[in-house]
Design a protein around this ligand. Structure first.
Ligand code: SAM
Length: 318
């Protein structure tokens, strides 16, 4: 039986055996494929359970005998749940099971939204505008699951404003194009706003995100805006070939997991920047992030913007 699991993370694929010991769930044996939207989850499932996992912005074509969908208000947004339900419906699996985490009422509310007209195909993408002062607004497209969907993030905007104000003045060795790395790019808000602020100045833009729908949106936005960008799907930073090549690093990392992801961002910044290159990160409160940034860059300047703190460091020239 060909089974597709949707919305499961490595931690969900354990079962308790005798004496309360955790082991990989027996139902993962057989012809099971785990779909993930984030490459981190794919790697975690492969490493922890040695199971087959794929990462893609959309569900893989069947035929599937069974699709199991794990969802709930604490696991994903209602819009992401609806967009995945729609994709599952279009796959026409022989059997469908929903592993709902939450109240019965929320489960019924979710299903009620698709019950009346299950064949209606909805477009869940959103188009919205963002700008930094003195520069014409740019139009961005986003999808459910991708950060930020439908609206700009104030932290990202604060980061874009500070970095764009300064990036134009950064000199590059041998007058080559300014090279900018936007890590955790989401749909590309920060990188594309910096690009727009540079006007006709030559730019080399690289964007990285671990979420496949963010990468899909950033690639689409690059095309729509006519701003070339290499957009990479990765959870461990840029490839080694790019080490020491960037003039500017920007990152608006997620702050769950005890700054562990912020640490991955800053390790990448240190590695990817050339000596003299500038690292900008952003967070609500500098007190948590500053010690992490100081592990990689001894000097951190804090710039307040929009109720956020932008942390700026320059890579030492040794
Ligand atoms: C707070 S959002 C910022 C998005 C965008 N830069 C903005 O400011 O609107 C953080 C982004 O980091 C991404 N992310 C999380 N862990 C990551 C990792 N290990 N490597 C690359 N990106 C990651 C998330 O998918 C998300 O898109």
């Amino acid at each position: 039986m060909k089974t597709l699991l949707v919305g499961y993370r490595a931690a969900d694929l354990f079962e308790k055996g005798k004496h309360g010991r955790r082991s990989t769930a027996a139902w993962l044996d057989g012809d099971v494929t785990c779909h993930t939207l984030d490459i981190y989850d794919r790697h975690a499932i492969e490493k922890t359970h040695h199971a087959r996992a794929i990462c893609s912005p959309h569900l893989p074509e069947g035929p599937w005998d069974l699709v199991k969908f794990r969802t709930g208000p604490k696991l994903m947004s209602g819009e992401l749940a609806l967009s995945l339900l729609q994709e599952i419906h279009l796959l026409k699996p022989a059997r469908f099971e929903m592993d709902f985490v939450g109240r019965e009422r929320d489960r019924n509310d979710l299903l009620a939204k698709v019950k009346d007209d299950p064949d209606r195909v909805r477009d869940f993408s959103a188009t919205w505008k963002a700008s930094v002062p003195g520069v014409a607004p740019i139009e961005l497209v986003s999808f459910p699951g991708c950060f930020c969907h439908r609206r700009q993030d104030e932290g990202g905007l604060a980061l874009a404003e500070v970095a764009s104000r300064e990036a134009g003045a950064i000199q590059t060795p041998d007058s080559r194009p300014l090279s900018v790395l936007d890590m955790g790019c989401g749909c590309g808000l920060v990188g594309f706003l910096i690009a727009a602020s540079l006007g006709s100045r030559p730019l080399s833009l690289v964007m990285v995100d671990s979420h496949s729908r963010a990468v899909e949106a950033a690639r689409l936005n690059s095309e729509r805006l006519g701003i070339p960008a290499e957009v990479v799907l990765a959870d461990n930073g840029t490839p080694a070939r790019m080490d020491g090549t960037f003039d500017v690093f920007v990152g608006n990392p997620p702050y769950y997991s005890d700054y562990r992801i912020a640490d991955v961002f800053l390790e990448t910044a240190k590695r990817a920047l050339r000596p003299g290159g500038v690292c900008y990160t952003v967070c609500k409160n500098a007190a948590g992030l500053e010690p992490v940034q100081k592990r990689y860059f001894p000097d951190v300047e804090i710039v307040k913007r929009r109720g956020y703190a932008v942390l700026k460091s320059v890579k030492e020239v040794s």
